[in-house]
Design a protein around this ligand. Structure first.
Ligand code: SF4
Length: 245
């Protein structure tokens, strides 16, 4: 998952021309800029949910094991590229027990195109061996246990907990979430751990997994890194950075 997004939606309404015009009128602009941060965050969430009703992880997976493998592979790699290699990986190593016995050279060959493949292969095998040794071959369901696995950081653990188990333990902060949280002034920090803490205070716990998908989608579709499309953005009247980037 790394710095890349892991979210998709079938129909991002935020890209529909004209929506920004309807929501960005002077009346809304005055009322939301005058209201406090909690009201602004509530409105941001509501609009992003409406714009991306099918927001979910873009990493193809059938279970927690597959999502954990895919998320480790997605470091410094696009989700689309990961989705190209995971079918062969899952066919060769259908569960943690098989992956734990993998020959590193064989696994490296399968995942080479995702980059950093030697480290990733080492981490994947190490992760699987720890899952087998410490958890009977079943992917654990707590942050502490996931975090203890080789190659698994807090971000990866959040992805697995939220998307495979439906457990909202934290907010996944990637490059898109970092950028949008900054532009929307939801945080003053640039460190992902501190950004996550700020977002966890602002966003209801039930939405911790979803808010990451929503911000990633909006970052991919509208609030682009170099040239945000503020004129098409459903958040334009809620965003302190509108037309200033
Ligand atoms: S910077 Fe522009 S595109 Fe990004 S959230 Fe703000 S208004 Fe939307």
């Amino acid at each position: 998952m790394g710095g890349k997004a892991e979210t998709s939606a079938r129909k991002p309404g935020a890209s529909e021309p004209g929506k920004a015009g309807r929501t960005g009128g002077g009346k809304h602009r005055r009322s939301f800029r005058a209201s406090g941060l909690p009201a602004r965050v509530t409105e941001i969430l509501a609009r992003l949910k409406a714009a991306y009703p099918d927001a979910r992880t873009a990493l193809d997976h059938q279970d927690a094991y597959q999502l954990l493998v895919a998320t480790i592979l997605s470091a410094q790699c696009t989700d689309a590229r990961v989705n190209l290699v995971t079918p062969a990986v899952f066919a060769a190593y259908p569960d943690a027990a098989h992956l734990a016995r993998a020959r590193q050279a064989d696994l490296e060959q399968l995942i080479q195109s995702t980059g950093f493949f030697r480290n990733k292969a080492r981490n994947l095998i190490g992760m699987a061996q720890a899952v087998v040794a410490d958890h009977g071959g079943t992917i654990p369901r707590t942050m502490e246990q996931l975090y203890a696995l080789p190659g698994v950081g807090r971000k990866t653990a959040n992805v697995v907990l939220g998307n495979a188990f439906g457990i909202n333990e934290g907010v996944t902060v990637d490059t898109h979430v970092t950028r949008l949280a900054g532009r929307l002034k939801l945080t003053r920090h640039t460190d992902p751990v501190k950004i996550e803490q700020d977002l966890m205070k602002l966003v209801p716990q039930r939405d911790w997994t979803l808010v990451s998908h929503l911000l990633i989608l909006h970052g991919r579709n509208i609030c682009l890194a170099r040239k945000p499309r503020c004129e098409r953005c459903v958040l334009v009247d809620l965003c302190p950075s509108a037309f200033k980037v």
